[in-house]
Design a protein around this ligand. Structure first.
Ligand code: AMP
Length: 509
């Protein structure tokens, strides 16, 4: 079933079944979604856009972003961009992508418009059709233009590029990750299988839809299963429980920092929780501390499924399973789609139990970064894609991530995994959130630092936290600096970025 395209993946479902819904909007059926996809292919082709032409998409998070991704990818290559980017960022992304067109919501003020005009990128306005969630039409911004119909039109095919996203590029220039229809559809089916998704499921989406997690784990996996997605405008802790009441979802997926914020608000929303009927909660894209997993399970009364995802894998690589199999807190579960191996520095696959670089191969994995021979030469070894993450597999095949190779703190040659310190300090009764990171040190190169958010009403100080760390960790692992913050700075996708945090917090001089 992986030799398919997004267009064909949504086609077989009951026409009258709901595909997309949203707060205060009428739902969109599969029949209407199929029609929207067909209309979009014709419209884009008429405007001169055809298969594999990169089309940047800038839309607020919500139902139209979900449907625009599906519809545009069925005709061309979709390239969703974070609407919060500044002019310089749009300049970089639009030219790096070599975008043929920019689809932007009508009336949306964005520096991307001027950037697109400067680069001669055609601007197409997306006009929201209030009749149903996700329904829209497209029209040229400059109606005096006379477009020439493409000669490369029609439906996108299995090996066409459905989606391009950039890597987060914390240590280097962002790289373009092209994902074919085969890649994204394989991943959607893999996720559906892991989670046993069916037409009875409804996902509450709070993830940004310019990130692989939301696009594939929430949207495409649901559409592959004939299930529905309730598309919110994006994560909002204050609205989360009202959306739960409104949408009555069977699951939601989020990054750990969102789960933690939800947990903080749970005591005030006991009634909503009592009404909830979640089949499971999913967490991915960053490490979920076991303490948080257990609290979530208690709060929602269902299993928490931690999964391991990455843009280059069209998201899911490994996942904890549903019952009756075990879920192991602190692990990211078993291979869930691609093959997963552990490799040493010289390219040998290691034995079970040994720690090395996590490598993957399978139909969901990109065939290579775009226009980047150097990254492809180091990123692939013997047919395996090297994730840059470090980990090991236990006797049952459960994968534990021990760190991100680039994030390992190198303290004068002593390697420290920041995750280990996070996990220990989370046991401190006053600590609600923590992120350990490297700060520069003139003699050692790097030294351990930690940013901490305290529980409400707690008055622990740096000294108390360092003393606690000393009681449980060898001296060299004890953070030299502990910064207490109201909130930990996060990247656009809600993930904490360890790399660059010292600079953000002014610890570099
Ligand atoms: P992205 O491409 O933005 O999805 O980021 C992928 C990276 O996020 C992976 O290479 C991992 O370093 C990290 N990541 C994803 N899922 C997990 C997880 N469950 N636990 C720890 N790290 C994770």
């Amino acid at each position: 079933m992986t030799d398919t395209t997004i267009e064909h993946l949504i086609a077989p479902h009951e026409e009258s079944a709901v595909a997309i819904s949203a707060p205060d909007r009428a739902p969109l059926t599969y029949g209407a979604l199929n029609q929207l996809v067909a209309n979009t292919i014709i419209k884009l082709n008429d405007l001169g856009i055809g298969r594999n032409d990169p089309v940047a998409i800038i839309l607020p998070n919500g139902p139209e972003m979900a449907t625009a991704f599906v519809a545009i990818a069925s005709a061309a290559t979709s390239a969703p961009l974070n609407p919060a980017y500044r002019e310089d960022e749009f300049d970089f992304y639009l030219s790096d992508l070599n975008a043929r067109a920019l689809v932007i919501q009508q009336g949306m003020d964005s520096p991307a418009r001027a950037v697109a005009a400067k680069h001669g990128v055609m601007i197409i306005e997306l006009i929201v059709d209030e009749a149903a969630a996700g329904s829209f039409s497209l029209q040229l911004e400059d109606q005096s233009l006379v477009p020439v119909k493409t000669t490369n039109g029609g439906s996108a095919q299995v090996d066409d590029v459905a989606l391009v996203l950039h890597t987060s590029g914390t240590t280097s220039r962002p790289k373009i990750v092209p994902l074919s229809h085969r890649n994204v559809c394989t991943s959607a089916f893999n996720i559906g299988k892991t989670l046993a998704l069916s037409e009875n499921d409804r996902c509450l989406n709070v993830m940004p839809l310019f990130h692989i997690h939301g696009l594939i784990a929430a949207v495409l996996s649901s559409l592959a299963a004939g299930a529905s997605i309730f598309c919110t405008p994006g994560f909002n802790a204050l609205k989360f429980f009202a959306w739960m009441d409104d949408a009555r979802p069977s699951w939601y997926t989020a990054v750990p920092t969102m789960h933690q914020t939800i947990l903080a608000r749970a005591p005030r929303n006991a009634e909503s929780l009592a009404r909830g009927e979640l089949r499971f909660v999913r967490s991915s894209s960053a490490a979920l501390p076991p303490q948080v997993l257990l609290q979530l399970e208690q709060t929602f009364g269902c299993r928490v499924i931690e999964a391991y995802g990455m843009t280059e894998a069209a998201h899911q690589m490994a996942s904890n399973p549903l019952e009756p199999l075990d879920r192991k807190p602190g692990t990211v579960g078993i291979a869930a789609g691609p093959e997963v191996g552990i490799m040493d520095e010289t390219g040998n696959i290691l034995a079970q139990g040994e720690t090395g670089e996590i490598v993957i191969r399978g139909d969901n994995v990109t065939t290579g970064y775009q226009n980047n021979d150097e990254a492809n030469a180091t990123g692939f070894t013997g047919g395996w894609f090297r994730t840059g993450d470090q980990g090991n597999l236990d006797a049952q095949g459960y994968l534990t991530i021990t760190g991100r190779l680039k994030e390992i703190i190198n303290r004068g040659g002593e390697k420290i995994s920041p995750r280990e310190i996070d996990e220990v300090l989370l046991d401190h009764p006053d600590i609600a959130q923590i992120v350990t990171f490297a700060m520069p040190h003139d003699k050692l190169g790097e030294e351990v630092a930690a940013a901490v958010v305290l529980n409400e009403g707690s008055n622990a100080d740096e000294r108390a936290i360092r003393d606690y760390a000393s009681s449980r960790l060898a001296d060299f692992k004890v953070p030299r600096k502990v910064i207490i913050l109201e909130e930990i700075p996060k990247g656009a996708t809600g993930k904490v970025q360890r790399i660059g945090l010292a600079e953000k917090l002014g610890l570099t001089s």
